[in-house]
Write a protein that binds this ligand. Sequence first.
Ligand SMILES: Cc1cc2nc3c(=O)[nH]c(=O)nc-3n(C[C@H](O)[C@H](O)[C@H](O)COP(=O)(O)O)c2cc1C
Length: 576
Amino acid sequence: MAEGYPQEQRDAIYRVIAERRDVRRGFRPDPVPPEVLGRVLTAAHRAPSVGFSQPWDFIVITDRDRRERIAGLARRHAGEFAAGLPGARARAFDRLKIESILDTPVNIVVSCDRTRGGRHTLGRATQPQTADFSSVLAVANLWLAARAEGLGVGWVSFFDERELAAELGLPPHVQVIAYLCVGYVDAFAAEPELATAGWARRRPVSWAVHAEEFGRRGMPGEEPVDPLADVLAAINPPDAEAMAAARERQDRMTKPRGSLGALEDVSVRLAGLAGCCPPPLPEPACVAVFAADHGVHAQGVSPWPQEVTAQMVANFLAGGAVVNAFAAQAGAEVTVVDVGVAASLEPVPGLLPRKIGPGTADFTAGPAMTREQATAALVTGAEIARDLVAAGNRCLVTGDMGIANTTASAALICAFTGADPADATGRGTGIDAAAYAKKIDVVCRGLARHQPDPADPIGVLAAFGGFEHAALAGFILGAAALRVPVILDGVIAGAAALAAVALAPDAIAACFAGHRGAEPGHAVTLSYLGLRPLVDLGLRLGEGTGAVLALPLVQSAARALRDVATFDSAGVAEKS
Ligand SMILES: Cc1cc2nc3c(=O)[nH]c(=O)nc-3n(C[C@H](O)[C@H](O)[C@H](O)COP(=O)(O)O)c2cc1C
């Protein structure tokens, strides 16, 4: 067996990997000696490549005028990107430094010739992208060697590739892979700047390692992770000390005690959830609209055809729905999750394809889904919460879309709360008296058929749930596990929250009721959960609209606790 390197050298390898940083600030003007650049480029040139095609070239740029022109190209695209960001994200982006084209003495472009080596290049025929991958490996080598030399490297990707290629005189068959800004630095940051700036978080390695099949997560030598059990185990009660500190601070703030009404409770709950006072501002925020279809639609419980679910998904993605307008106003991002739309959807930016099945089965005839599907949807929802938080969101907002989902919600609410179907069933998007009576009967028949046991939340979800209910329950649990607030929309989110709380009672600490919807089952749910809605406007749209309206209220509650002066700090006399 070949020997590994001595310990000291292994340590050096792992050290350079751990300490490599994307550097954007703190560059020194000192020139980089040619021999140092030569070593770094030679390291890059030693990268592995498909069929040993070595498709890379390195263009070394030092000319100031050229760099000024290139910086102009990057800034234009960065400006366009910033203009498309939701409010809180745009503010955060503004504070980031995204390129150092002029601050570094040398820029290096790594290119790729996808034709090099001819048609029989080993391994490239089935996966032409492997040529690009090979050039990226050259970038990785360069980046690591540079770190060992004390050189910072920043990768800038805000370019129109062909525009940049023209500036560099690249022939049409050669593509730009990376634009790197290189120079000596005063220090290397310990963590990625985007992590310290709160833009994104590092995913734990155990999330990234799967045993045998995708989804069976776990590190080698350890038991595979049960993702749902993991999420449930991470959910804890709110921090009593932080809540007490928040209450005490509310009483010392320059305002009469209790004068912020329900918002004082919101701020106290946010502190309890975060475990600190004041809690972090719940921004940026992201609305996740979970979309799915329902077999019970066949029972004539909605006046709308089932295709409307897919059509509305397209509308959300095109930015044309009410939730888009409200989210734009509140500065939140909208993400759409297909957890079970009964149509195949085109992949477009903003759509997360996570279909558990093409719609559920009719719950009056049998279970809406299998227990395995219910569990898969729960895990999916929790993973989406986790990914959105890893992407930098500090507040999650529930949204939903699914023709006939008020019927499934009514059945879930009855199953979890014991409410009478006549009290929990509503008119949804609007049905006449005859259809309403039929809808109540459908819920009654479902309950009679499945005899749900509220102590078995997965069984209840499987019996009646839409895939969006189960995924929303997972989303709520995921938020609770990460101690990030989740603003609940209407009756669909409420029904999902009942399932989440049945699985982990402490999940309630993360839940904020955005509004009270017009569906009678929603009031039943809110009082069962002990949640006070922040907005009460008779909305009955779903999509996340009511929750998005409440977002600025939740954010204001946190900001008040953080920013408002206290009597002692402001020198204001207290009431005698
Ligand atoms: C393909 C690629 C493109 C990148 N483009 C940019 C960019 O345009 N601007 C920027 O500021 N950082 C860019 N980065 C740097 C990443 O933001 C950075 O690698 C990431 O935050 C992780 O930090 P670390 O490299 O210090 O570990 C890019 C990185 C890669 C791998």
